[in-house]
Ligand binder design. Sequence first.
Ligand code: TXA
Ligand code: MG
Length: 365
Amino acid sequence: METEILSPTSEHIAVAAAALRQGQLVAMPTETVYGLAGNGLDEQAVASIFAAKERPRFDPLILHLPAGVTLEELQGWLVDVSAFTPTARAWLGSLIDTFWPGPLTLVLPKCPTVPDLVSSGLPTVALRVPAHPVAQALLQAVQTPLAAPSANRFGRISPTSAQAVAAELGGRIPYILDGGACAVGLESTVLKLSPEGIPTLLRPGGIPLEALEAHLGLPIHLAPEQAPGVPEAPGRLSSHYAPGKPLWLLPTAFAQLQPGDWQQIQHLATGHSHLGILSFAADPQALLNHLSRHWPGVLFSVECLGSDPNTAARALFASLRRLDEGDATLLLAEPPPLSTGLGYAMMDRLRRASSLWNPPLSWPS
Ligand code: TXA
Ligand code: MG
C-alpha cells in the first residue's frame, strides 16, 4: 500500500473522513503526538489498528471525541457513570470543563456501544478530546469517535511529525494528515476516576500531575507498575517508547558526574566509538567540549533539549528518533533537571525507553 502525506486542507480532511467511514486508517496530528485513527465503533477498523501497529490486543485504545462534548451526551452512549457518587460526578464534570480539549485522558466505566476490542475487555474506556485543529476538523467531518493510539509500531518512540509517522507506518496505511510538529510532544496524562471519586494516575503526560491535584484538591495515587500481559495501562509496561539502539539513562547530568561515574560509564561503553547524547543542557558546543575533554577519541552526536520543560518535552521524541537513526551505536540520556510536571512525565518515558538496556548500570536508585 502506498502512504500519502496530505496537507490539512478541507478537501484532504474530507478524503480522510471518507476513508475513515469506510473502515480505513488515517494518521492524524494531535497536540500530544500523532495518532493512528480508525472508526472507534467499528470492530474491524479497530482490529486493523492493532494489526498496523503490531500492538498486542491486551493494550486498550483511547477514543477521541469532538470539542464541546458534554458528560450528559456521553452518559448512556459511551460511558456509564450512573453508579458515581454526586461528588465523583461533580469532579468528573469539572475535569471535563477544565481540561478538555487538551492532553487529559479519562478512564471511565464503559457502555456496550464501545467494542470490547477498544477496551481490551476491560470494563472501562479511555476518552479524550484532542486540542489540535486538524484532529478536531477530522472528528467533525467523520461524526464518530476515533480510536487512536500513538502512530508508532508497538513499543517504539511515539511520532511527533508526519515524517516520523511515515518512518513508522509508511506502506501500512493509506493517509497521513500533516499538521506540523506536535506542540506538547508527550502523550496525554491518563487518569482513572472510580465511582467513589478516587483518582488514579495511569500514565503521566501533557497535563502535569500537580495541576490535577491542585484542581481536585487531593493527592493522586500512582498506579502500581504492571506485569506484562495484564496491564491496566500498557504505557506502564516497563519497556516502551524504545529506540532500536541501547539507551542508558544516566544518574545525573554530565556536568555533575563524579570521576568514579565517568570511569564506570567509560568502562561499560568500551567498544563504542560513536555515542548519541540526549541532554537537557542549553549549549551543545559547551557540552561537546566537556565530553571531548573527559572522553577523548570518541565521536558524539549531541541533542540538547534545554532546561525549559515545555520546550524539552516538545523536542524529546524527535531528538531520540534522530539519535536512533544516526550513526551512534549507544545512546546516553541525562535525567530531566526537574522531577515535577513535564519533568516527571519525561523521566517516565526515559526510564521506559532505557529499561531494556539499563541493567549494566548499577546506580543507586
Ligand atoms: O496523547 C495521547 O494519548 C495519544 C494521542 C494520539 O491521543 N494517544 C496515545 O495512545 O498515547 P496509546 O494507545 O499509545 O496510549 C493509550 C494509553 C495506554 O497506556 C493504554 O493502556 C491506556 O491509555 N488505556 C486505554 N484504555 C484504558 C483503559 N480502559 N484502562 C486503563 N488504561 C487504558
Ligand atoms: Mg503509545
